[in-house]
Design a protein around this ligand. Structure first.
Ligand SMILES: C[S@@+](CC[C@H](N)C(=O)[O-])C[C@H]1O[C@@H](n2cnc3c(N)ncnc32)[C@H](O)[C@@H]1O
Length: 237
């Protein structure tokens, strides 16, 4: 068993988890470590750190107020599957689309979802700035999640066009969250969104600041957003 302290760490984080869900995290962790030998997926490879900094951290974004049963979720810039795979393990009714610009990472996630028996997965390969202009994805998702993808003013422009009116964009952020929020005020206004709440989170054994920002989509995002690749980063709203 790779995650030998898994049960204790989830309990410390007050995450109620079944034996089956623990087994699925074990499967995912083993696949992640194995694949990481040949593909750049994560710098975190020690078992307790994987549990805390990837699995438990990902789950901090789950709040049932924002995730209705069976909700459609887009995990933008999912990488090695964070927060998407932990959400799929704990809430397998959610319909999660794993979205990344790197196909290899999506291939890995396809194998993971098969191994853990998660049947509600979809995979989207492309750039956030481009796929949002396709009719089938625009304002389609109940929830969009993103962890460690871009600064909030840029991320808001990439993510909010995918969120349906009344839906939520959830950004998992670190210590710079206040500064990012301040800098994103204009972007949120332009894109038709408002900050609903900011929840401070702590992780077992760590003192790092973690903030989960819930942003409500209140009206349509103007069609010109997101702008072409690299524009938002160079010239954020
Ligand atoms: C630093 S990783 C974070 C991965 C994961 N969310 C996590 O928290 O571990 C950022 C991911 O976002 C993807 N990404 C970056 N820019 C993107 C874009 N414009 N559209 C889609 N994916 C993007 C990258 O390929 C990478 O997998």
């Amino acid at each position: 068993m790779f995650l030998c302290n898994g049960k204790t760490l989830f309990a410390e984080a007050q995450v109620a988890i079944s034996e089956l869900q623990l087994e699925k995290f074990e499967t995912f962790a083993q696949m992640l470590i194995e694949k990481n030998r040949v593909m750049n997926l994560t710098a975190i490879t020690e078992a307790d750190e994987v549990t805390v900094k990837h699995f438990i951290d990902s789950l901090t974004c789950y709040d049932e107020t924002f995730f209705a049963a069976g909700a459609s979720v887009l995990d933008l810039g999912t990488g090695a599957g964070f927060p998407g795979i932990p959400l799929a393990i704990m809430h397998d009714d959610l319909k999660i689309t794993f979205f990344d610009s790197l196909q290899k990472r999506l291939n890995f996630l396809r194998d993971v979802t098969t191994a853990i028996g998660y049947k509600n997965a979809s995979f989207l390969h492309g750039r956030a700035e481009e796929e949002a202009h396709k009719k089938e994805f625009r304002e389609f998702f109940d929830v969009v999640t993103a962890r460690a993808v871009a600064r909030l003013p840029v991320l808001a422009e990439w993510a909010l066009p995918y969120v349906k009116i009344g839906g939520t964009f959830i950004a998992l952020k670190g210590a710079a969250y206040e500064e990012e929020l301040k800098n994103a005020v204009n972007a949120l206004k332009i894109l038709g969104a408002e900050v609903e709440s900011v929840q401070m989170k702590s992780l077992p054994g760590l003192t790092d600041i973690r903030a989960v920002i819930y942003i409500k989509k209140v009206k349509e995002s103007p069609f010109e957003y997101p702008r072409k690749p690299k524009v938002a980063a160079k010239n954020p709203l």
